[in-house]
Write a protein that binds this ligand. Sequence first.
Ligand SMILES: *[C@@H]1O[C@H](CO)[C@@H](O)[C@H](O)[C@H]1NC(C)=O
Ligand SMILES: *[C@@H]1O[C@H](CO)[C@@H](O)[C@H](O)[C@H]1NC(C)=O
Ligand SMILES: *[C@@H]1O[C@H](CO)[C@@H](O)[C@H](O)[C@H]1NC(C)=O
Ligand SMILES: *[C@@H]1O[C@H](CO)[C@@H](O)[C@H](O)[C@H]1NC(C)=O
Ligand SMILES: *[C@@H]1O[C@H](CO)[C@@H](O)[C@H](O)[C@H]1NC(C)=O
Ligand SMILES: *[C@@H]1O[C@H](CO)[C@@H](O)[C@H](O)[C@H]1NC(C)=O
Ligand SMILES: *[C@@H]1O[C@H](CO)[C@@H](O)[C@H](O)[C@H]1NC(C)=O
Ligand SMILES: *[C@@H]1O[C@H](CO)[C@@H](O)[C@H](O)[C@H]1NC(C)=O
Length: 894
Amino acid sequence: MSSFKGLVAKSVAALAVASSVAAQNVDAGARIVPGAYIVEFETPEASTQAVDPQSFFSNLSSSNIAAEPRVDLNHELFRGASFRIDAKDDNQGTVDVIQSFQAVKKIWPVRLYSNPAKVIGTLDNLGSLLTAPSANQKRSISDSFSTHVMGGVDKLHDEGFTGEGLFVGVVDTGIDYNHPALGGCFGPGCKVVAGTDLVGDAYTGSEVPVPDSDPMDCGGHGTHVSGIIGANPNEFNFTGVAPNATLGMWKVFGCEGEVGNDILIQAFNLAYEAGVDLISSSIGGPSGWTEDPWDVAVQRITEKGVPCVLSAGNDGANGLFDTSTASESLGSTSVGSIDNTEAPTLLTGATYTSDGANPTDFGYAEGGANGNFGNITVPLYAPTLDTTEAADGCTAFPDSTPDLANYVVLIRRGTCTFDVKVENAVAKGAQRILFYNNSPIGATAPGASSPDIPVGMVTAAQGQIFIDALKASTKIDVTFGGGKKIFSVVPNTASAGKMSTFSSWGPSFELWIKPEISAPGGLILSTYPQAKGSYAVLSGTSMAAPYISGVVALLKQIKGKKFGTPNEITALLAATAQPVQFNNGAATENFLAPVVQQGGGLVNAFEAAHTTTVLDLDNIALNDTRYFKAIHPLNIKNTGKKAQTYTFANLIAATAYTLTTGSIVPDLFTDIELASDAASAATIRFEPKSLTIGPGKTGRLTMLFTRPQGLDAARIPVYSGYVSINGTNGDSLTLPYAGITSRIKDAKIVNSPAGYPFVSSSRAPNFPITNGTVFTLPGKGANATAATVFPTITFDLAMGSRIVRLDVVPQNVRNLPRILGQQVLGAIAGTPLENQPRNNVVAVPWDGTLANGKLAPAGKYKIMLRALKITGDVRNEHDYERFDTGYFEIKYST
Ligand SMILES: *[C@@H]1O[C@H](CO)[C@@H](O)[C@H](O)[C@H]1NC(C)=O
Ligand SMILES: *[C@@H]1O[C@H](CO)[C@@H](O)[C@H](O)[C@H]1NC(C)=O
Ligand SMILES: *[C@@H]1O[C@H](CO)[C@@H](O)[C@H](O)[C@H]1NC(C)=O
Ligand SMILES: *[C@@H]1O[C@H](CO)[C@@H](O)[C@H](O)[C@H]1NC(C)=O
Ligand SMILES: *[C@@H]1O[C@H](CO)[C@@H](O)[C@H](O)[C@H]1NC(C)=O
Ligand SMILES: *[C@@H]1O[C@H](CO)[C@@H](O)[C@H](O)[C@H]1NC(C)=O
Ligand SMILES: *[C@@H]1O[C@H](CO)[C@@H](O)[C@H](O)[C@H]1NC(C)=O
Ligand SMILES: *[C@@H]1O[C@H](CO)[C@@H](O)[C@H](O)[C@H]1NC(C)=O
């Protein structure tokens, strides 16, 4: 069926196969914890009387709702609680009852979020970076760390600013506070002065958290992030951006897995209440909407004057309109990633001898499941002595192969999976394997899945050296162990100083500009838990956000803790940043990357600290054609000691087409069409043309924007650029703007060209069933078994939707109540779904329960999917896209 070809490439967002009567435990696009909810209590301004969670829970039980408390959210800026409802009571009727309590302001499902770096490899995603390894570069403590030079941090360090006196709150996987570069202790007097573990090491996202007081990191991400903010000088000759700041760590992950947003709300509020000067967090999930309760909690903290710096996300491959929660929240500072000018690699050291002589060090990347070869010396064996063999090890080794038990086996990467190669080698007795890379780009951790066989990867160049020696009948003996690290740095010749291809693109669906600013995040050396090697090179917007957090700490040290609101700080960072040219991962174009990819561009901490010109806007979101606002005033304050005269210009960035002609799904990064000509850009009239502003005085500029004309609106062109503002004393600022030349309400929501929505079975939610298929469901009082198959509604959105309704319609409609103009039996339990992201296949299994908690009678039904268009009115039936599935039949076994 060719119309479904789009399905194969996508995986269904984790489907909860219902194991009890309640089938509403579905994935809600952004993943949810089945049955878990957050409520916020009413907090009347004048009243000091807080709602008592105990009385809320006794209300639940007197309403016959069985619930288990999760997290107590008794915070100044967020009073509420989270809890998990028993599966038998988990339906919309229950949610409606809870929402009707006077004390309850709003109820939301608990959503899950992951730390963004998890989805990003180290070097592989960054195009062809390097050819030959070069000598290690020396660095002095006087700062020449490449990322600090890139963002002007080196110059602030030279001036003696290191974040002394600032307290930075970090919400992440924990921190190895015993690491010498992170102070070596925890508590008062240490670098890591505060923090706690809100969940326990065993937590993976869905369990009830088991907190303890120790924020020790068992994952690694939080230790890396913390080092970027505040590492002390160390053997790798770098420091954090603000090495004299103190840190607090609110640990929200177990050793693996995800985190519920109830915990995130708690962590941000605890950090706020501990008196941090700012909060840094590299956590996120797909959304595009700003009503998630975590977004709301972050917004409130920023409104109290505490900046919240968040990573923009690593979904750059998906193209435009793919920002993450909570970096998209209004008030937060959303940070995109720029690739380092240098490509550091940090490999595990080993030694080899040639015919028993000439011991030589080499490095390998340790395998994901098991990279520990122990302390052993073994000869090297290669099944193929051909470094151009594309499918090395992909088929069974020849009969002539010796017993490989006492060797380390060298196999070239490529064609088949690492697991297939491991299997073929193990069939000949192999107990340890080194792969060599098939691309010249360093070496990455091979993802072989057997924890019993240690694996590693060496560079292509090292593989060549080994193979040449074996070809010359030289005996190579490899000695593993000893704990050495092999560090090398080469110039990044592909993408130095340009946006990382993985960095997520905005705008948000409501056309806010995100990210707002970018910082080095690709190929970053920082601290790592000592148990995992002490240092690591990682890539991600996760590494860019803490850089900006460090910069904000420096700015507060220089200008005073109370300096600026979070928005004013973001505005200062954006206006003094350096817009960068577009890079596709391998080559750089001669035009500026779209604002919705880079925000203000590469941060310049020195300019942000020293500019004497302050703007009162962080950016200008010009919205769509329907809501376009042409006239924008800007207040410019001259904080210098002399009058200066400002001139203005329009610095255009490339216009990005969201869609290819005829498509409704935003193009992948690799397919995005950019137009850099003046006709595709906006024009701006400045009134007055120049402005002289006295010292300490504020002047007012008016900008009149004209949208680019004649662009194909159906393709959702996103135009953008910068208002360039130069003052006679040398200040040079760039204020970002962006808008679209179509009506966002016209954007198609449901990915119907790819065949969605359709009815599937819970066994195979990726494939439509034949119309008329009969499902036999357990029915009232009975429990589903492993054999039960549920009808399942599978859909995917081309663009996000604030409300997706799934209503049940019988084959013979008679005298049914109308919902939004249509006669329907009712909504599927657990729906409507709110704040749905795009590019996320959702499968909703149905056990016959309706949102009111009642079972639909046996019979023939179809499902009517209605998705609210962007900017649509929830109550207006015409503001929804509607698609009906084919009919299917349900019966009950009891
Ligand atoms: C408990 O229920 C009563 C009656 O519905 C309501 O007025 C009150 O606000 C509820 N209290 C809480 C804490 O939910
Ligand atoms: C750090 O600097 C010292 C002194 O200059 C040098 O010996 C050492 O090799 C450097 N380390 C790294 C990892 O570059
Ligand atoms: C930073 O901290 C170190 C170690 O505590 C101290 O020696 C140094 O004087 C501090 N630097 C500044 C600029 O405060
Ligand atoms: C290997 O040797 C190192 C030191 O040479 C030691 O620290 C480590 O514990 C040893 N590992 C094993 C698995 O024996
Ligand atoms: C664009 O206009 C719509 C409709 O008024 C509004 O909901 C949205 O917030 C606006 N977006 C921006 C960035 O101002
Ligand atoms: C400001 O200076 C920069 C760098 O020299 C230049 O590219 C830009 O066009 C100037 N802007 C104005 C308004 O003159
Ligand atoms: C269904 O499962 C629940 C919970 O495991 C159990 O208490 C109940 O007895 C089961 N009902 C039937 C009819 O098997
Ligand atoms: C199933 O029914 C739907 C709606 O009537 C129709 O569009 C679709 O073509 C049918 N599918 C098949 C395979 O007959």
